[in-house]
Design a protein around this ligand. Structure first.
Ligand SMILES: C[S@@+](CC[C@H](N)C(=O)[O-])C[C@H]1O[C@@H](n2cnc3c(N)ncnc32)[C@H](O)[C@@H]1O
Length: 249
């Protein structure tokens, strides 16, 4: 019998399960911590908030989010980590046993298994460019974000950082390579408001004996970090309120 061709999400699942088995999920903390901490500071998280970590991998950032939204005078926050790789989800769960405000869910960003108008904040670290249908993901995010909910999408691979393009050919799954301007246009097209972009440089030092397979030289790696990741921020409008001059009957 002919083998069934895997769907784009199944391909991603297989590839990132392999990464998880090779311990890459945990190693990514080292590579992404600096830019993620800077982003989390901009998220202005408060106890009681509901946060989605989209493409959570091994869950290290999910745990940072959970600490900041746990218990407080304003209530008990909840963090949901979602990933298409079941192996990443297993590892994230195993490492988060001490947290009672995290739920890890195996699923696709293209079909977020969650209710409407739920999340106050959303973080996605180094995951968005893998999503086969980014427009569908934005439609899903529009559905699950709460009115005024704010999204923070960190992207290391984008046109305006030419050094990042050195590792596209090494990836075993297709990716989107867009520019900051193209991403802004996409977010606006999906009716998000307060759309902003920033560069988040990575200021961890690169030692002279550092081994890199992803970059042609250490100088290129340093230049990549100096230019930094692209952070996209956008809010869901309050669709419950009619625009001025309109009445909802
Ligand atoms: C480069 S890793 C980053 C993981 C984590 N955010 C971190 O920084 O350590 C990309 C992650 O996105 C997940 N991912 C890729 N495509 C996805 C999809 N369609 N839906 C949900 N997660 C996806 C992968 O399984 C992987 O864990």
């Amino acid at each position: 019998m002919a083998e069934k061709t895997p769907t784009p999400d199944e391909r991603l699942q297989l590839e990132f399960n392999r990464w998880a088995e090779e311990g890459e999920g945990e190693k990514m903390e080292r590579h992404h911590l600096n830019i993620t901490e800077k982003t989390i500071r901009l998220m202005d998280l408060r106890p009681g908030e509901r946060v989605l970590d989209l493409g959570c991998g091994a869950g290290w950032a999910t745990r940072l989010l959970a600490r900041l939204t746990g218990e407080g005078p304003e209530g008990f926050g909840q963090v949901v980590g979602l990933d298409v790789s079941d192996e990443m989800i297993h590892r994230a769960r195993a490492a988060s046993k001490d947290f009672d405000n995290i739920l890890y869910v195996w699923g696709s960003a293209q079909q977020i298994p969650w209710e409407e108008n739920f999340f106050d904040k959303m973080l996605s670290v180094e995951s968005f460019y893998y999503y086969p249908d980014q427009e569908r993901v934005l439609a899903e995010l529009f559905r699950v974000m709460a009115p005024h909910g704010r999204m923070f999408i960190l992207i290391n691979l984008y046109k305006d950082n030419p050094y990042s393009l050195q590792w596209v050919d090494q990836l075993k799954v297709p990716v989107h390579v867009r520019s900051e301007a193209e991403y802004i246009e996409l977010l606006k097209k999906h009716a998000f408001e307060k759309v902003e972009a920033r560069r988040i440089p990575d200021d961890t030092p690169t030692p002279d004996d550092y081994q890199t397979k992803s970059f042609r030289s250490l100088e290129d790696l340093r230049a990549f970090k100096r230019i930094g990741a692209l952070l996209l921020m956008a809010s869901k409008p309050d669709v419950r309120n009619p625009a001025p001059g309109y009445t909802i009957y």
